[in-house]
Design a protein around this ligand. Structure first.
Ligand code: FAD
Length: 385
């Protein structure tokens, strides 16, 4: 079942790396997923363990403790990470290592790279990304957080919501307005650190899925952020926030495909064991066809993703391919989750069988990192519509 029907972009070195990631996740993380989901939290030590394996540093240059890998290596980690079986854990790790740290590597100055990347790669400092606000998510230009320059500091006021790692974060890349009259050139990114007076990190929010994940509100009340903590040029914050979107979207889409594949395999095992009317329920033609329909959708999503990944890894323009891949994967994920749950009957509705968790966790993929509607707007514009 796990064998790919068509070519993948990965080579020999990726296969070895995949085995290592898979062993680590299955031994060190997956056995704790149920407990962490019930507690609605996972320990910060997980970041340290992942740091020891070097996985936070895949996209980070060697001089800052990373391995200087490419998007293919990052994708392998991203796919294997889904084996933890908890979207909340995967989201926390992915946000830190695949989104926040690469953002600092790309736009940070030497001093910031030393201060945040080196401990970040080790998992000693945890990062978050603060874009969304209570009044603005899709339409980020409407955010209201502002920072005014006073000497060698910015005075930051405002709030953020739905921030992954928001409660535990040691530092947050906060998008804010530094010049309200300058349109898209009026935004900047400030690195706000835990413990700065006036920086409040709320308790994790209650959610449909990603139960182990820390998704929190943040508030900034006259926080004096040193100008040395501005990431990138003043006025470039909006553009910098957009620069990593393709990677972020593709990583989410790859995670959906891999977790859908795992759900399909679990369901296959289940329907070959569960009997009704004198035979395994998987031997009824209607159920066999459901399984094949899901396998087709998963494979189609995977190939769309790998097409986008090849382009991303080659440094080619890929907004259209990645948007299509994420739209398709999110829809496929919902469909596979519903169908796998149905094939489990009443047990599918129970916590014990993990399909229920996948069903709840997968829903976020049409919302986070750009909703399916806004991705369709991007593709529609490219079609001249
Ligand atoms: C669990 C979780 C974790 C998250 N983690 C982070 C994080 O770490 N950092 C962060 O900054 N954000 C994070 N987010 C926020 C996420 O990125 C936003 O929820 C998302 O971008 C949508 O924004 P919104 O919720 O404000 O919805 P809205 O923008 O209010 O959209 C509501 C609905 O309107 C639709 N819509 C909006 N504009 C259009 C349009 N032009 N055409 C058609 N339909 C439209 C949307 O598609 C959606 O269906 C997270 C969200 C969740 C749920």
């Amino acid at each position: 079942m796990t064998q790919l029907l068509t070519t993948s972009p990965f080579g020999e070195e990726h296969a070895l790396f995949r085995q290592q990631c898979c062993r680590f996740v299955e031994k060190e993380l997956a056995p704790h997923a149920k407990e962490w989901e019930e507690k609605k939290d996972f320990p910060n030590e997980v970041f340290l363990k992942v740091g020891k394996m070097g996985y936070h540093g895949i996209l980070i240059p060697e001089e800052y403790g990373g391995s200087g890998g490419d998007y293919l290596m990052a994708s392998v980690w991203c796919e294997e990470m889904t084996r933890v079986g908890s979207g909340g854990v995967a989201a926390g790790l992915g946000m830190h290592g695949l989104i926040v740290l690469p953002g600092i590597a790309r736009f940070g100055n030497e001093e910031q790279k030393k201060r945040f990347l080196i401990p970040g790669v080790r998992g000693e400092k945890i990062g978050a990304l603060g874009l969304t606000e209570p009044v603005a998510g899709t339409d980020l230009a409407r955010i209201r957080s502002t920072a005014r320059r006073e000497g060698d500091h910015y005075i930051l006021n405002g709030s953020k919501t739905f921030i992954t790692n928001g409660n535990r974060a040691d530092f947050v890349l906060v998008l804010c307005k530094t010049n309200s009259a300058a349109g898209y050139k009026g935004f900047s990114t400030l690195i706000v650190e835990k413990g700065m007076p006036g920086f409040l990190q709320g308790k994790p929010l209650e959610k449909l899925g990603w139960h182990a994940g820390d998704t929190a509100e943040l508030a900034f009340e006259n926080v004096a952020v040193p100008a040395a903590n501005r990431l990138g040029e003043e006025g470039m914050g909006f553009y910098n926030a957009m620069a990593n979107l393709e990677c972020e979207r593709l990583m989410m889409a790859l995670g959906v495909v891999y977790s859908a594949q795992l759900a399909l395999e679990k369901t296959r095992t289940y329907i070959l064991q569960r009997e009704a009317f004198g035979r395994p329920i998987g031997k009824f033609q209607v159920n066999r066809h459901k399984m094949v329909d899901m396998a087709v959708e998963i494979e189609a999503a995977r190939q769309l993703n790998y097409h986008g990944l090849r382009k991303l890894a080659n440094g080619e323009e890929c907004a259209r391919e990645v948007s299509m891949a994420k739209i398709f994967s999110a829809k496929m994920g919902d469909y596979v989750a519903t169908t796998c749950l149905q094939l489990h009957g009443g047990y599918g509705y129970m916590r014990e069988y993990e399909i229920e968790r996948f069903f709840r966790d997968v829903r976020i993929n049409a919302i986070g990192g750009g909703t399916s509607e806004i991705l369709k707007e991007i593709v529609g514009r490219m079609m001249g519509l």
